[in-house]
Ligand binder design. Structure first.
Ligand code: SF4
Length: 199
């Protein structure tokens, strides 16, 4: 079986992806997320991955140290931009870059990421970065959009079944502030944009 390194942003986004990959690959989850706003939140999301063993799928987990400086350097000058902006492009690039590098150094056949499960992420950017890294490292990038073929619905279902902690913001302190602003009551003449779980 081919070996795949699966970058994981959190447990809720990872369950359905594990199910999809398990028949074709030997999977290692790679938890590298220096974008997360606090060490506590970083650990909480990391520990939640343990619950995915209940799926009965064999996988290993590699957890990288929490190094927020790496994220801060990657998005310097872009902090005030909103979600879905160039800030997020640089954030994807940092996390995928580290994943591809680890995959190349440890003899993986493929790498990919759970980021595409979220409807709030820009899949075209994720694939563009992944293909560029494939050319640079020689490790194949699996360019799946994991929300498709019912992937997003299944991820929600598994989150409920496995009682996973589901954060209501993407990860960085900027996305947390945006989520808090969104949760403020809106004037009665307008409609709030429902934008809850943002893995
Ligand atoms: S909103 Fe999410 S993807 Fe964008 S910079 Fe923050 S953590 Fe990264």
């Amino acid at each position: 079986m081919k070996k795949i390194l699966l970058h994981s942003c959190c447990a809720p986004c990872s369950g359905a992806v594990l199910e999809r990959l398990a028949t074709d690959f030997r999977i290692t989850i790679y938890y590298y997320n220096p974008n997360i706003d606090t060490p506590l939140e970083f650990m909480r999301r990391a520990e939640e991955l343990e619950k995915l063993t209940k799926l009965g799928i064999d996988f290993d987990v590699v957890t990288e140290e929490y190094r927020p400086d790496e994220y801060n350097a990657a998005v310097r000058g872009l902090e005030s931009l909103g979600e879905g902006s160039q800030r997020c492009y640089e954030c994807y690039k940092l996390r995928l870059g580290k994943t591809a590098d680890y995959a190349a150094r440890h003899g993986y056949d493929f790498f990919t990421t759970t980021l595409s499960v979220s409807p709030h992420k820009k899949v075209a950017w994720i694939h563009e970065i992944g293909r560029e890294l494939e050319r640079a490292t020689g490790v194949r990038y699996l360019d799946e959009d994991f929300k498709k073929r019912d992937g997003y619905r299944r991820s929600l279902e598994l989150s409920r079944t496995l009682k996973l902690y589901r954060q209501n913001y993407c990860g960085c302190k900027y996305s947390k502030a945006e989520a808090e602003r969104r949760s403020q009551p809106m004037p009665s003449t307008t409609h709030a944009n429902c934008n809850a779980h943002k893995p």
